[in-house]
Design a binder for this molecule. Structure first.
Ligand SMILES: Cc1ncc(COP(=O)(O)O)c(C=O)c1O
Length: 448
């Protein structure tokens, strides 16, 4: 008997233009998720799947957390919305204090945005505003990195290094952006942790500074570990060298920790994990366990002070903000997440699971279609051998794994694995077993 629950499939799938989706393929064979609890998802066929990527890296504390649901419901009853311009409510200040307890150094000034992309665009604007306030308006250039992903607004795709974005939207990209090379070298094969080679790739920043004049560069933005393009772990010493070059030229260093923030590496932020303090950190996703959109920009105190000092009292110091900057429901969810982090010592829990997860991940290297595996903390990337054209193998393999009962995100030909921090060893085993089944099924189909 078929277990398909037809009532869960909408009458028409045509009107919704889905984001980052092969719409035509999906609408022929939809994958609808109907429920989520703990580490499991249920689809419209009634099948249970394990969530191996924490949604899109955003639900590491588990699906269906009652504490968050209750906090959001209570907030909606008490104060559903409050405009964030020239007004406020207590929660956003409490949350900023709590976030600042986790951020490294004196990155204690917290600006709320709507998502990761808006956090990145805000960081770009704050960098420009800071340099203007210091009398350095000539600093308008930004340095990103190939294979970087920072979101989808114009600022974010300009500093990002995803080829499709750069090609498709070339005519509207921000001016004055240069890219360093990415950090993935051919010899980086099946390495768990930081590769020993490639520190010199950071010198690209020095070369760009020599070319354009370091005094004209506002900021350099990188993901400490490039997440969306396949868990590219920074070579040993790389981030430290970037920091040194930025300091030499007065360039702000922005770490985009939208994925690596809130425990993904085993430390609160990758910054602490790698011992390098940037000037600005962007975060989003896990801030609310993914249940309400929210982005955050944490800045060094001197950045905030410079922007404040440049304006007379009564003026709006930073001409920037969003209707949904730190709205009550997002703040309520984020405060509930802060409680979970504290009560469950959840970063330590993630850190303890890292060796087990990494070991399990690398057991998949014997599969013939697995070309490479990379990993750090509770993140991993599995490259599947290209099949005819880039992206096909990754997508087909993703679908085979979905059928095998494990869900995750694939980018191009890379399967991106990011388990939830509430995973027990048995859940990691289940993820790895089902990945093996799914990848092998994909491989068998290729041969038939
Ligand atoms: C590092 C990084 N920055 C920014 C973003 C964009 O976040 P959002 O999709 O919330 O705009 C993402 C999304 O995956 C990301 O991985």
């Amino acid at each position: 008997m078929s277990s398909i629950n037809i009532s869960k499939i909408p009458n028409s799938l045509q009107e919704h233009w889905m984001p980052f989706t092969s719409n035509k393929d999906f609408k022929e064979n939809p994958r609808l998720i109907t429920g989520a609890k703990g580490v499991y998802l249920t689809n419209h066929k009634g099948k249970t799947m394990i969530d191996a990527s924490s949604g899109l890296f955003c639900n590491p504390f588990g699906h269906g957390r009652k504490e968050i649901t209750e906090a959001v419901a209570k907030q909606l009853e008490q104060l559903d919305y409050c405009q964030p311009f020239q007004q406020g409510f207590g929660g956003s200040f409490d949350l900023a204090t709590k976030i600042a307890r986790h951020t490294p150094g004196n990155l204690n000034r917290i600006f709320y945005t709507i998502c990761g992309s808006t956090a990145v665009e805000t960081a770009i604007k704050i960098s420009v505003a800071y340099h203007r306030a210091k009398g350095n308006s000539q600093r308008f250039r930004f340095i990103g990195r190939e294979r970087g992903y920072h979101g989808m607004n114009i600022g974010a795709i300009s500093v990002g290094g995803m080829v499709n974005n750069i090609k498709t939207f070339a005519s509207i990209l921000m001016p004055g952006v240069a890219h360093m090379r990415h950090t993935h070298l051919p010899e980086h094969k099946f390495i768990s942790g930081q590769p020993a080679t490639g520190v010199e790739l950071a010198d690209d920043l020095e070369r760009i500074a020599a070319n354009f004049g370091g005094e004209n560069i506002a900021a350099c933005i990188v993901e400490p570990i490039a997440g969306s393009t396949g868990t590219l772990v920074p070579p040993k010493g790389y981030l430290k060298r970037l920091r040194e070059i930025c300091d030499k030229h007065g360039i702000l260093l922005i770490f985009d920790e939208v994925i690596t923030g809130w425990g993904r590496t085993g430390s609160a932020f990758a910054s602490q994990e790698f011992g390098v303090t940037p000037d600005i950190i962007t975060m989003a996703k896990a801030t609310t366990n993914g249940v309400v959109p929210m982005g955050v920009v944490a800045c060094k105190e001197e950045i905030y002070d410079a922007v404040m000092d440049a304006s007379p009292k009564g003026a709006v110091e930073l001409f920037h903000g969003y209707t949904y900057s730190g709205i009550p429901v997002a703040v309520a969810a984020a405060l509930a997440v802060q409680d979970i982090i504290e009560k469950e010592d959840i970063f330590s829990r993630a850190k303890e699971m890292v060796p087990y997860f990494q070991k399990g991940l690398f057991t998949l290297q014997d599969i013939d279609v697995v070309e490479n595996i990379r990993g750090y903390g509770m993140m991993g990337g599995i490259d599947i051998k290209m099949n005819v054209k880039p992206g096909k193998a990754g997508f087909e393999c993703f679908k085979a794994c979905y059928e095998a009962g494990v869900n995750f995100k694939a980018t191009g030909d890379c399967l991106i694995i990011a388990p939830q921090f509430i995973c027990e060893k048995k859940h990691i085993d289940e993820i790895i077993d089902k990945l093996r089944t799914g990848i092998l099924n994909y491989s068998k189909n290729l041969k038939n």
